[in-house]
Design a protein around this ligand. Structure first.
Ligand code: NAD
Length: 253
């Protein structure tokens, strides 16, 4: 607590600058709100098409908005540039942007595979490389995985592969971020009620809900956001390269 002002007590992220990708709605918007409540200055990132919703979230969390497609090759540099220019430093990154393009395996096509892999995992790799190349001491990263990446889910071969990939990438990257005094972890949510799951085909949705009876205890965006807030904080300094499941009393994984 040394160096903290009395008004910062109970605000574990006071003085931190945090970036949340895919923050215009759903889990990302809930993460932005939680990090703001905990004292962080929040930069919310989403695609230009989500600009109006993004501006609204930025306003709600008294933060700044950055319209950016995370699959751009220079996304990491753009994020660093914005955070440093507007807020002076960058302490926390939450890789939340993600998409689903479900199809049963027999009909899975290259375009669905490539787009999901590009948004859900390749973008994180490129951004993490940029963060390491920059001088960002103590940077803490939290990536969104999914129980689909642990247990699999019918119709989601592409999505499950991308999320399993995130879990492996987080493990493999942990030493590099620890060497800078920070860390990188993942959360694997179960079935969470958002626009993303509302779009899931009925059959897949029924299976997901059956396997993940999480709605009884922990099935809302805020449940995911609270776990992320902890992993993003210095209180989680002893945790690195791990994946925390946020799926209630799920039968899977
Ligand atoms: P959502 O579809 O409601 O919101 C995702 C946001 O990401 C959108 O605002 C979208 O515009 C943004 N986004 C997509 N592609 C982007 C890109 N290339 N660049 C920048 N922003 C982009 O989804 P959600 O349910 O809130 O999911 C958020 C994260 O949580 C995703 O990574 C998802 O895979 C993961 N997740 C969700 C669930 C669930 O049940 N909803 C479960 C496990 C994991």
């Amino acid at each position: 607590a040394e160096g903290k002002l009395p008004e910062d007590f109970g605000r574990p992220l006071a003085g931190k600058v945090a970036v949340v990708t895919g923050a215009a709605r759903g889990i990302g918007a809930a993460i932005a709100a939680t990090l703001h409540r905990d004292g962080a200055t929040v930069v919310v990132v989403d695609v230009p098409a989500a600009g109006d919703a993004l501006a609204k979230v930025a306003n709600q969390v008294s933060g700044t908005a950055l319209q950016l497609d995370v699959t751009r090759a220079d996304a990491g540099e753009k994020i660093i540039e914005h955070a440093l220019a507007r807020h002076g430093h960058l302490d926390i990154v939450i890789h939340n942007a993600g998409i689903t393009r479900d199809k049963l395996l027999a009909n899975m096509d290259a375009a669905r595979w490539d787009s999901v892999i590009a948004v859900n995992i390749s973008s994180q790799l490129a951004m993490n490389a940029a963060f390491l190349a920059a001088d960002l001491p103590g940077l803490r990263i939290v990536s969104l995985a999914s129980t689909s990446g642990i247990a699999g889910n019918r119709g989601q071969t592409n999505y499950a592969a991308s999320k399993a990939g995130v879990i492996g990438m987080v493990r493999a990257s942990a030493p590099a971020f620890a060497a800078k005094g920070g860390g990188i972890n993942a959360v694997a949510p179960g079935f969470i009620e958002t626009d993303m799951t509302a779009r899931i085909p009925v059959a897949t949705r029924a299976v997901a809900r059956m396997l993940m009876p999480s709605l009884m205890q922990g099935g809302l965006p805020v449940d995911v956001a609270e776990a992320i807030g902890f992993l993003a904080s210095d209180a989680a300094a002893g945790i690195n390269g791990r994946t925390l499941r946020v799926c209630g009393q799920s039968l899977v994984g």
